[in-house]
Design a binder for this molecule. Structure first.
Ligand code: FAD
Ligand code: NAD
Ligand code: ASC
Length: 479
């Protein structure tokens, strides 16, 4: 069989609307055409038809979609800053931090796409599918005119189409207040998680700074290690961007029952080192000092836009601006996952979503658009979740999911025994967002339909529901 296109390694024109041949190439055929084209090119061996920058969650799902379309073999290159093949990042603050005697998750156990029931794509999987992966060699420069990328080690990669999936990086406390001391941890990748585990094995007093996702997941993990743990954050309650004060209070009580201490409404002034140079204490703006041998900081993340600023950024939500097909303002260049500022069609606004469901779905949608005649706009329903206290022997596992938009008034039903639900209604009594803790699989499964359909409900009837089951029935019957 002839290769899909004898010109498959001749770079395509930079248009986001080109439609390549869709016949699956034979692996051998494609590799032959690579050798022929490369030897005649000015950029010998440097031409790549499709390049993905970033080897994270979105990249793993994008690679799978290339394979599904028969367009990976000999055509796709992933340039990664990390040393390992793409993995399901959420595991790092969940199974990865289980106590060492409670079977913690380790690679290769959670490479993408196992988090959604797909193949475990380890490094051999990429080799077998003819995908070139450049590890530990971040991209440091982009030349839009010449369609080239430069990596840290000096490789110059000429691309046909480029997908940027550089994700986010952790926001750090400044060095001059002790944010870089030994024993102070941030957690974004598997190397960070390993470093944290090496501190936890000898830790006695842990301070967690930040009351968001990282703070709550890492604090729950520290409880599993039976460590004296204090969580410090500037707001009134945990998870301030999503939880209502009342929902937060229920979770805080559960954490306190597991030995956690909270210091709320205060900012950190300084982290100080002991005689061994490691962090020894955390001073707060109110003058108090808390001893700590291990500090974990989770104060948010920011999109990694460098060195891609010239492509066009979104001023309001940050990140690289794309349209509903993940096309940037430069033809042939796309952005997906945490770094992409995209039109959130359902709410008619631009958004950046720093959660794994969007990373997976944006990757699939973008690659489908690139490889087929797809012109269907991305129509995303925001989905966030967390799971804590999952380790064997924990007295109470916690699993919540949220779909939609947390705008308007929240109506809360249930006693956290273990279920609780919340429904956000706008001024027209339309359901905008739904939250559920410890629901059954069937109950969780109905949530996206409720949030997507946004039914108008009888507010008084919903408020008087005596159980989560009854409340869900009321909303379902309004569809
Ligand atoms: C600890 C943790 C736990 C999380 N848990 C959950 C959860 O439970 N549920 C949920 O919905 N979401 C969770 N998230 C968020 C979720 O992991 C992200 O939304 C998702 O990983 C985004 O995928 P991405 O591919 O856009 O970015 P990432 O997965 O961050 O991948 C980006 C990759 O690009 C690399 N990179 C950056 N710059 C360059 C460069 N110049 N050249 C080459 N490579 C580069 C990075 O090293 C990284 O490997 C969690 C995040 C973290 C950090
Ligand atoms: N289950 C999940 O979806 C999940 C889990 C872990 C991480 N993540 C992702 O990882 C990234 C980082 O998470 P995160 O928890 O760091 O961010 P976050 O935005 O969820 O929480 C940041 C928290 O930091 C605190 N804070 C902010 N500035 C501070 C300061 N100067 N001093 C002290 N506290 C301060 C606030 O309490 C705030 O709630 C995000 O993209 C997040 O979506 C998601
Ligand atoms: O989405 C997820 O993927 C990982 C894990 O399931 C992979 O095995 C995890 O902990 C999630 O929350």
């Amino acid at each position: 069989m002839a290769c899909c296109s004898s010109s498959s390694w001749v770079l395509k024109p930079r248009t986001s609307a080109w439609s390549p041949c869709r016949r699956p190439p034979s692996a051998a055929g494609c590799r032959r055409s690579l050798i022929v084209a490369a030897s005649t090119s000015k950029f010998a061996n440097e031409n790549r038809e499709y390049v993905i920058v970033g080897g994270g969650n979105a990249a793993g799902y994008a690679a799978r979609t290339f394979v599904e379309h028969g367009m990976a073999d000999g055509r796709l290159c992933i340039v990664s800053k990390e040393a390992v093949a793409p993995y399901e990042r959420p595991a790092l603050t969940k199974g990865y931090l289980f106590p060492l005697d409670k079977k913690p998750a380790r690679l290769p156990g959670f490479h993408t796409c196992v988090g959604s029931g797909g193949d475990k794509q380890n490094s051999e999987w990429y080799t077998e599918h003819g995908i070139e992966v450049l590890y530990e060699d971040p991209v440091v420069a982009l030349d839009i005119e010449n369609q080239t990328l430069t990596t840290l080690t000096g490789k110059i990669l000429k691309y046909g189409s480029l997908i940027i999936s550089t994700g986010c990086t952790t926001i750090r406390l400044p060095e001059n207040i002790g944010g870089f001391l030994p024993g102070v941890h941030y957690i974004r990748d598997v190397a960070d998680a390993d470093s944290l585990v090496s501190s936890l094995v000898k830790a006695k007093k842990v301070v967690v700074i930040g009351g968001g996702y990282i703070g709550m997941e890492v604090a729950a993990a520290a409880a599993g290690w039976n460590l004296d743990t204090t969580v410090i954050f500037p707001e009134e309650h945990i998870m301030p961007r999503l939880f209502t004060p009342s929902i937060a209070q229920r979770y805080e009580k559960l954490y306190q029952e597991n030995g956690m201490k909270f210091i709320k409404g205060v900012l950190v002034d300084k982290l100080a080192a002991g005689p061994d140079g490691r962090v020894a204490s955390v001073s707060l703006r109110d003058g108090s000092i808390i001893e700590a041998d291990t500090v974990i900081v989770g104060i948010g993340a920011k999109p990694v836009v460098s060195p891609f600023e010239d492509i066009g950024l979104n001023k309001n939500v940050g990140g690289i601006q794309v349209d509903s097909l993940f096309r940037t303002t430069v033809p042939g260049i796309f952005a997906i996952g945490d770094v992409a500022a995209f039109p959130l069609k359902i709410y008619n606004r631009m958004a950046r979503v720093e959660h794994v469901d969007h990373a997976r779905k944006s990757a699939q949608h973008c690659v489908k658009t690139l490889l087929t005649a797809n012109t269907q706009p991305y129509d995303y329903l925001p989905f966030f979740y967390s799971r804590v206290f999952e380790y064997e022997g924990s007295s109470r596992k916690v699993w919540w999911q949220f779909y939609g938009d947390n705008v308007g008034d929240a109506i809360e039903i249930g006693n956290f025994d273990p279920k609780v639900a919340a429904f956000w209604l706008n001024s027209d009594d339309r359901v905008k967002g739904v939250f559920l803790e410890s629901g059954s699989p069937e109950e969780f499964a109905i949530l996206p339909t409720l949030a997507k359909s946004q039914p108008v409900v009888d507010r008084a009837k919903l408020q008087s529901a005596s159980s989560v089951e009854e409340a869900l029935e009321i909303v379902k019957s309004s569809l």
